[in-house]
Structure formats: C-alpha cells, structure tokens
Ligand binder design. Structure first.
Ligand SMILES: Nc1nc2c(ncn2[C@@H]2O[C@H](COP(=O)(O)OP(=O)(O)OP(=O)(O)O)[C@@H](O)[C@H]2O)c(=O)[nH]1
Ligand SMILES: [Mg+2]
Length: 396
C-alpha cells in the first residue's frame, strides 16, 4: 500500500478508501481546526444536522469557564473584581465541563443524544443570569475576555451566545436549537464526517437536505455527491480519502492570526494553515483537481484589523500600505491572498480564491453554488444564467 507522510503537518494518507463510496463524486473540506469546515457542512445540509440543546449548553459553559478561570487565577485581575463577580466566576467554574466539545466521526444525520461518557452540563436560568450580569455589567470581566480570548481559545461565537436574549431563549426547557445556533456552535470534529448529499443539475442544492427521501424530493434532486468534513486536529487520520476527488475546498480561518496552533502549539495558527495548504495543494493526489480556497471569517478579520491588529507580527515582510481602516483591511487581504497563491506554485490554474463569512447567507449561497460549478456538476446554461449574481460575493 502506497503510504505518503507529509513532513511538516504530520498528515498521513494512503490509497485505501475507507468510505467505499467511489460511485459518487467526492468533495473534500480541508483546513486546520476552527476554520469553518463543519459550518460549511451545516450550510450544505440546511438544518438537517440537528444538535441537542445540551451541546449548546456545554459549549457556552465551557467558554465562560475559561474566562472565569483567567479572572480567578490571575492575581491582577481577581483583585479588581467585585466580591459578587468573583463568587459568580467560582460558581461558573464549578458548574462547567472541563473539556472542549468533540463531534465523533459519524454518518448519522442527527446528533440528538449526548455522548454517554460525558455528563451533560446544563445551563439553568440562575447560571444564565450570572453570565448575563458578568457580560453586561462587569467591566473587568469584559476586558479580560477581550484581551485573552485568543490565548484562551474561546469560541468566535461567544458574543452571540452570551447575549441575554439568546441565553434566555436557550434556557427554556421547551426550546430546541435553531439553525443559527447550529451554525454558531463550536464542536471539534474527530476523524472524518462523511455525508451523502443531493443536488439538481439545474437548481443546485436544496435548501434542506431531507432525511427521509420521498419520491418528490428525489425527482427534484436526483443526483448525489459525498462531502467529507475532516477534523482539523486529527490530521493523522486523514488517510485514505484522497482519491476520486471532484473538488477540494480548503478553508482558512482569517481570525486566527493572533492564535497559537492547537495542532502545533509552537506555531502560529495562520502560519500552520499556510504550511498545511502548501502540502495539500501541491500533492499529486490533487493533480488537475479544482481547489476552492475560502478565506473564512472575513467580517471578524476586518474588525480585528480595524481595532489595530496587524499582520506584521507574524509576517514581518508585510508592509501596511493603507491609511484608512478599509485600505488596511484590503491591503492585508491582498497580502494573504498572494501569500497563499504563492504556495500553490504547481496548481495556479486550478486555484479559486474567495473571501467569505460563512455566517452570512449570501456568501454561503455563493459558495455552495461555486462548489457545484467547479465540480462541473451543474448544467452549463444554468451556470451562465446565475453567474451575474456573484457580483455581491467578496471575490478578489
Ligand atoms: N465570526 C465567524 N465565525 C464563524 C464563521 N464561520 C464559522 N464560524 C464559527 O467558527 C467556529 C468554527 O467551527 P467549525 O465549523 O466546527 O470548525 P471546523 O473547521 O469544523 O473545526 P474542526 O472540526 O476542529 O476541524 C464555529 O463556532 C462557527 O460558528 C465566520 O464566517 N465568522
Ligand atoms: Mg469540524
């Protein structure tokens, strides 16, 4: 068996295909952790991938715990915290889970049962009240959050989940998570999550991938592809999936330029993603295969640059040429695009770069359309009829 170990990132793969599903065209979603691969999968599925409320509660409590621990354990912060808020922090640390959530590799269509090994940490209204109070009234807590969010690796969706109306809604026993919640939750993927998804050559993906296929649905969306969502922190397990590929989507987390890589803690996350990209894109398994390079979380990147962050901390060769915030954002994005393109030295003709936010509906719809177009799965006339709509997408 041919085995190919990639030197820098530790990715191993061979020519065995564990999916045994070679009839369908295959789209791979690759990239380092937290770049939005599972978010993209959720976009493809519509809201078919239901998430149990406990997962959301666990995610919120886990994120709040990290900030509370920083507040309690750092002398200079705890001494500035009002007694009441200090006691809130201690209570929240006690009631929170101690680990980031993981999503096991699965082909099942729902995640409505909690993994049996972990005990669900539930967000009761009293706990939610403490979080809301800390978040809205405690300046020291908010400052700590802003200053240490990258170091603590809290989720990019904290602002959404710590919001009082979201928390109030999520605490109600009768409530089920909505689609927005499922897009915002952060759960690491373990291994590879493979889904069969349906599409039509003249309509693209349906708004919602149905779980029970009835005749009417299959008539409208008769074609099938496999989409593989790889866990960014399990690169050693990415073996055996790299053939019969129709399209490779490589995602980059633009907001990660201040973070350390979880996979290689001595490296910067964005640098790690760049190196991984170079190894992936130039490998012979990807010869002649279109690559869609998605620079994701562009809205968060823009706000980071606006608030004074700069790429030259990690790329000393970067010269900021912009005066206004808008110019600085554009100049940083162009720099990153060139940087990634320069790594795809053998694959220039096959590379398509886009700046997107997968939390944005319009960007996401364009990405889904582009995935099918690049995979050549749509009828030519349908593609040309729809090409104009791309003008609103962040394309450079
Ligand atoms: N601000 C912002 N957050 C995003 C965007 N896209 C995804 N996210 C969030 O970023 C996190 C990304 O999580 P996933 O999609 O699970 O990341 P992943 O690439 O599957 O990560 P692994 O499974 O660990 O490899 C989630 O909390 C998403 O809600 C975006 O465009 N902007
Ligand atoms: Mg994932």
């Amino acid at each position: 068996m041919l085995k190919n170990t990639l030197a820098l990132s530790g990715v191993e793969f061979d020519d065995e295909d564990p999916v045994l599903d070679s009839e369908n065209p295959k789209i791979l979603l690759l990239g380092s952790n937290d770049c939005g691969k599972t978010t993209l999968m959720n976009r493809i599925l519509g809201n078919a991938k239901q998430i149990a409320m406990q997962y959301i509660h666990n995610d919120i409590l886990n994120n709040i715990r990290k900030v509370c621990e920083k507040c309690v354990n750092t002398q200079s912060i705890s001494s500035r915290l009002h007694q009441q808020y200090l006691s809130y922090c201690k209570t929240l640390i006690e009631s929170a889970p101690k680990k980031d959530l993981e999503q096991s590799p699965t082909n099942s269509k729902t995640m409505n049962s909690f993994p049996s090994k972990s005990s669900p940490a539930l967000l009761v209204p009293k706990t939610a009240e403490m979080i809301i109070d800390l978040w809205t009234n405690c300046l020291v807590f908010k400052e700590t959050f802003d200053k240490y969010r990258d170091e603590l690796n809290v989720s990019d969706s904290c602002e959404y989940f710590f919001n009082s109306s979201t928390l109030d809604r999520l605490c109600k026993a009768s409530n089920i998570p909505n689609f927005e919640d499922s897009l915002r939750i952060r759960m690491e993927t373990k291994g590879v999550d493979t889904r069969k998804v349906y599409y039509s050559e003249t309509e693209g993906f349906p708004k919602l991938q149905q779980l029970a296929m009835d005749e009417k649905f299959l008539k409208q969306y008769p074609n099938c592809i496999s989409v593989l969502d790889f866990g960014g922190n399990c690169r050693k397990k990415w073996k055996g999936y790299f053939h019969n590929i129709t399209l490779c989507v490589y995602l980059v987390n633009l907001s990660s330029f201040n973070k350390k890589s979880k996979e290689n803690p001595e490296k910067n996350e964005l640098v790690d993603s760049l190196e991984l990209f170079e190894e992936m894109v130039n490998h012979e398994s990807f010869n002649n295969i279109p690559i869609l390079l998605l620079f994701n979380k562009v809205e968060r990147f823009s706000s980071l640059i606006e608030s004074g962050n700069d790429l030259c901390k990690i790329f000393p060769e970067y010269e900021n040429r912009g005066q206004s915030a808008k110019e600085r954002i554009e100049s940083s994005l162009s720099f990153l695009k060139l940087k990634f393109e320069s790594k795809a030295w053998s694959r220039k003709d096959y590379l398509h770069c886009r700046f997107v936010s997968l939390l944005n509906n319009q960007d996401s719809n364009q990405v889904l359309m582009e995935m099918l177009t690049l995979s050549k799965l749509l009828k030519e006339d349908f593609v040309s009829d729809n090409i104009d709509k791309k003008k609103n997408c962040l394309i450079m």
